[in-house]
Design a protein around this ligand. Structure first.
Ligand SMILES: Nc1ncnc2c1ncn2[C@@H]1O[C@H](COP(=O)(O)OP(=O)(O)O)[C@@H](O)[C@H]1O
Length: 289
């Protein structure tokens, strides 16, 4: 917490006791100029105006079960919007591979599909935010955080989230997708060898998700995450339902949650997600550029 507290104090957002009273309104279907917000952070007895979103980049959160594609879509949006994509799972894996003092403890937790403690995850996130701040970053798309109500409350206490996107997909497909995930040890990119083709049944639509095969240069360097075994994935899904699903309710009750049912693979889902976020224009401009 110390590092996060330092960042937040320098931003005038934290005192030893803080409460948040962020008032916001967001309509994903509204145009950029219509996106008006008003923010007031209340810290102790002092009212502290928070940074107007028109003066900073977006601050979004991506929620969703393991394997749903949070990383894929958050990363694409971060490229489109020019904001950092901050995935706490990546921060945990970086810490694991650094073989630092925390790595042994983290490996045990992660490989059992359990959640890392709020304290550790906040410390990793705060270090990442501090580094970003030093590099002049503005805005973020958070992926994998918050995952508990306590994390959501801490985040709400220190900054304003403009929008929370909740990606959804059937559970049997989630397991298949996790088992098909591969990472290239050289370029670090994610691929997926699962070929998902579920027929329409009992009124449920069919879903087709083509594999995302690696290029020839990566083929011999692929690894599977140690926590992507069937047993651990199922455990992560159970923990998601118990600990993280309440976070959806937290944001739903604040009117911040945009639900998005993935209709298929990237070619089908990406344009629909952009449309739901009213970003079709931004995509056209970036393709033309
Ligand atoms: N916000 C968080 N709180 C606690 N643990 C986390 C958090 N983010 C990531 N982790 C840990 O890192 C692991 C991998 O996270 P992630 O890459 O986001 O996986 P997933 O595919 O389950 O979404 C999680 O299973 C958990 O142990």
């Amino acid at each position: 917490m110390a590092a996060l507290n330092r960042v937040l104090r320098t931003r005038g957002l934290l005192s030893s006791s803080y409460t948040s009273a962020a008032c916001r309104s967001y309509s994903p279907a509204a145009s950029e100029s219509e996106r008006k917000f008003s923010f007031v952070g209340s810290i102790g007895n002092n009212k502290i105006p928070r940074k107007d979103p028109s003066e900073r980049n977006v601050q979004w959160v991506f929620l969703g079960c393991p394997g749903v594609g949070k990383g894929t879509y958050a990363s694409r949006l971060s490229n489109l919007l020019g904001v950092p994509h901050i995935a706490t799972g990546d921060l945990v894996r970086d810490e694991l591979s650094s073989k630092g003092p925390l790595s042994q403890k983290l490996a045990e937790i992660v490989n059992q599909g359990k959640l890392v403690s709020d304290e550790i995850i906040i410390s990793l996130l705060s270090k990442r935010l501090e580094a970003g701040e030093a590099n002049g970053e503005s805005g973020f798309i958070l992926d994998g955080f918050p995952r508990t109500i306590r994390q959501a409350e801490i985040l709400e206490g220190v900054t304003d989230i403009d929008l929370v996107v909740n990606l959804k997909l059937r559970e049997d497909i989630l397991v298949e997708k996790c088992l098909g995930r591969r990472i290239c040890t050289q370029c670090g990119k994610n691929f997926n060898i699962a070929n998902i083709n579920v027929k329409a049944e009992n009124g449920n639509p069919g879903i087709y998700m083509a594999p995302l095969p690696p290029p020839a240069g990566c083929e011999s360097k692929l690894i599977t995450r140690a926590d992507d075994t069937e047993e651990v994935v199922k455990q992560r899904l159970r923990i998601y339902n118990e600990m993280s699903q309440p976070v959806e309710g937290f944001y739903r009750s604040r009117g911040m949650l945009m639900e998005f049912d993935l209709p298929g693979g990237i070619p089908e889902s990406w344009p629909k997600l952009l449309h739901a976020l009213n970003l079709d224009q931004e995509e056209k401009q970036s393709v033309a550029a």
